[in-house]
Design a protein around this ligand. Sequence first.
Ligand SMILES: [Zn+2]
Length: 235
Amino acid sequence: MILCSVCQTENDKYATICKKCGGFLQNRVPNLDLFDTLWRIIENPREAFRLIMIAEHKNYALFLYALCGINVAFSGFWYFRIGDRFENILLLIFCALLIGIPLGIALCPIVSSFHWTLSKLLGGKASFRTSMGITSYALTPFTISLLLLLPIELMTFGMYLFTFNPHPIAIKPVSYIVLIGLNSVMILWAFILLIIGTRVGNQISLWKSVFIVAILYGLVLRGVLFCGEYTLSLF
Ligand SMILES: [Zn+2]
């Protein structure tokens, strides 16, 4: 709670003006700066999500989802080991971009609605736009792995990253295990960030946030895998 210094009314701790007298409570945040917000997410996630929550525009949400979609496409190619279907790595990268960007953009309203609905069911206060802002910025570790880890993976393994025979682990076992390990850390980090964001955005308990995020991850993972399997069965 935040107390209005003019009329002493108790306001929501994220309110920018007093609900009774309209007095100034704290700075309003009209826009989010991409790099500043991403840096805050790394440095102080609680503070960053608070900023995202009170920001009037949830800037770059769609952009972050699009980047994540590219990551999902590459992960899908890796998971289903479909390297043999492409003549060369450039064609595979082109396809990952072609599938990934629209996939990410489509996931934005879907994942945000799921997050918003689950939050509402557990008594959360987040609006749909807050859910969109929180889920998109919680994808920061996936953005980092797309921009930093994937180029290293592609340079180290090339096409073999996506083939079954030979399997990438047979080519460079240590590098493969290290890269898989780093990717797992990124997934865990994104999971923790979304729990923090869900908690701050909804003002609910830690366990409710963990529950929401676990259900959300389960649903999205099942959905994406199902779509991947279905698409592959067509070709
Ligand atoms: Zn007041």
